[in-house]
Design a protein around this ligand. Structure first.
Ligand code: CP
Length: 308
């Protein structure tokens, strides 16, 4: 059984925890109506100090589908933060009303800070460029759904590997499973940082770094596209130069395996042409739905672990 109070980082979860959450999520996918009263009487607080479409709404939908209720805010401007209330006081207050809280904040470490004063479990729904563990759970469930295993995959990760928090977490998690290989596809300026490589990879890890997508797409079982994140750049001219480094289109998809899947945490800008959406290997909108199911499983597991 999962034995954590909060989910602040993907590293909080062991391989066994990941299997437990994914197995439960797979059961929910098969028969969601069996879970529709599991959280009757429970309340989820959603504290979003930064914009979100998928994460906030999927948490809301997840709690609704478990029979619970949701309260919260979608921007700091509508909370007493504008009067100078600290994050710790805000979270401590909401934890008097809610049984579990999902929060997003632009500052790295904000979820950890919140967990120090909250009287209920905290789920990190994104803290700056640091962590987004429920996106990683979404990605892992999607891989499990389409590939029926979390092992023996060649995973191509494309785009902003420097600032992309979802990429860092996904590599860390998929590296826990046997015989996964990583192809890191990025411009030189957006390569996976050395500290992430040192944290994750050891002498047995299999990875390579390349610039050219077409060269390696035939090898990939999973292609994880990412957005070049304008908001993380200090220089507008560098962003403009790099923003269209990779555009996945139907021509490039012709080079890929018939059973390759394309994932993207979304939102996308230009990195996947909309013509690709019709390709059955493009599963990023189904991935969005799996995000709701895996958050249902996570809410259940954390409430169970905390007897809340
Ligand atoms: N993938 C993701 O975190 O999307 P949102 O920013 O819309 O929540």
């Amino acid at each position: 059984m999962i034995n954590i109070k909060n989910l602040l980082s993907s590293e909080d979860l062991t391989k066994e925890d990941l299997y437990e959450i994914v197995d439960l999520a797979n059961e929910i996918v098969k028969s969601p109506e069996d879970f529709s009263h599991i959280c009757d009487g429970k309340i989820l607080g959603t504290l979003f100090f930064e914009p979100s479409t998928r994460t906030r709404l999927s948490f809301t939908a997840a709690m609704d589908r478990l029979g619970g209720k949701v309260l919260g805010f979608s921007e700091a401007g509508s909370s007493s933060t504008t009067k100078g209330e600290s994050l710790q006081d805000t979270v401590r207050t909401v934890s008097q009303y809610a049984d579990i809280i999902a929060m997003r904040h632009p500052q790295e470490g904000a979820a950890y800070l919140a967990s120090l004063t909250a009287d209920c479990p905290i789920i990190n729904a994104g803290d700056g460029g640091h962590q987004h563990p429920t996106q990683t759970l979404t990605d892992v469930l999607t891989i499990s759904q389409y590939k029926h295993s979390l092992e023996n995959h060649t995973i191509g990760l494309v785009g902003d590997l420097k600032y992309g928090r979802t990429v860092h977490s996904l590599i860390k998690v998929m590296n826990l499973f046997d015989n996964n290989k990583f192809i890191l596809i990025s411009p030189d300026e957006l390569k996976l940082p050395q500290y992430v490589k040192e944290e994750v990879f050891d002498a047995n890890s299999q990875y390579k770094e390349v610039r050219n997508l077409e060269e390696v797409i035939p090898e990939c079982d999973i292609l994880y596209m990412t957005r070049i994140q304008k908001e993380r750049f200090f220089s507008q001219s560098q962003y403009t130069r790099l923003k269209d480094s990779y555009v996945l289109d139907c021509e490039k998809m012709k080079l890929a395996k018939d059973d390759m899947i394309v994932l993207h945490p979304l939102p996308r800008v230009n990195e996947i042409a909309t013509e690709v959406d019709k390709d059955p290997r493009a599963v990023y909108f189904n991935q969005v739905k799996f995000g709701m199911y895996v958050r249902m499983a996570l809410i259940m597991k954390l409430l169970e672990a905390n007897n809340a």
